[in-house]
Design a protein around this ligand. Sequence first.
Ligand code: NAG
Length: 218
Amino acid sequence: MMKGVPYLVTVALLALASTLAFADDPSPLQDFCVAINKTEVFVNGKFCKDPKLTTANDFFFSGLDKPGNTENKLGFNVNLVNVDKILGLNTLGISLARLDFAPYGLNPPHTHPRATEILVVLEGTLYVGFVTSNTDNRLFTKILNKGDVFVFPVGLIHFQFNVGHTNAVAFSGLSSQNPGLITIADAVFGANPPINPDVLAKAFQLDKTVVNYLEKIF
Ligand SMILES: *[C@@H]1O[C@H](CO)[C@@H](O)[C@H](O)[C@H]1NC(C)=O
């Protein structure tokens, strides 16, 4: 009779532990697993190159000193250095991005399904924020200046807006070799093929002509 309770607690703790273990990228089971760049076969992650053939260049990337081209309708550019750019990142659960903003440039509301993001501002002034899940859809925002750091928790919708009249530059660390990116407007109004306008009209409480317009411009 008494044995039942500790047993249940153990099972619950094990279940929790396994949930936590799978919340991020799988842990490496060896020093490294440098990815093979070209393969027709896919696993959860990438195949490892023969460690004997691995070189320092498998852990190297150059060029983040260069500004990205922000001449687009958002005035924004991101250069993400993930496992596709540094093959040695495979299984290590981390990546890096350079973000460039023209004056009033915007990184629009988006989420990274697999990564928490930690951002540091190097130049300029950013208005940043994220929204919690539907429990309360609470908005957390901050104005960031040079040297300021902000965290965007995994999966939550967030944005960064250059509110200064000069360029802004930021770098982000992301807790996945392949964080993923879902830009809300693109995914919803720019789906391919398009989502039935009746669905979007009802979901967003919009007139169908507005939905048709949005589906055209995204
Ligand atoms: C991997 O392959 C892709 C496509 O062929 C290429 O664009 C990319 O630069 C390669 N990455 C590395 C690190 O060699």
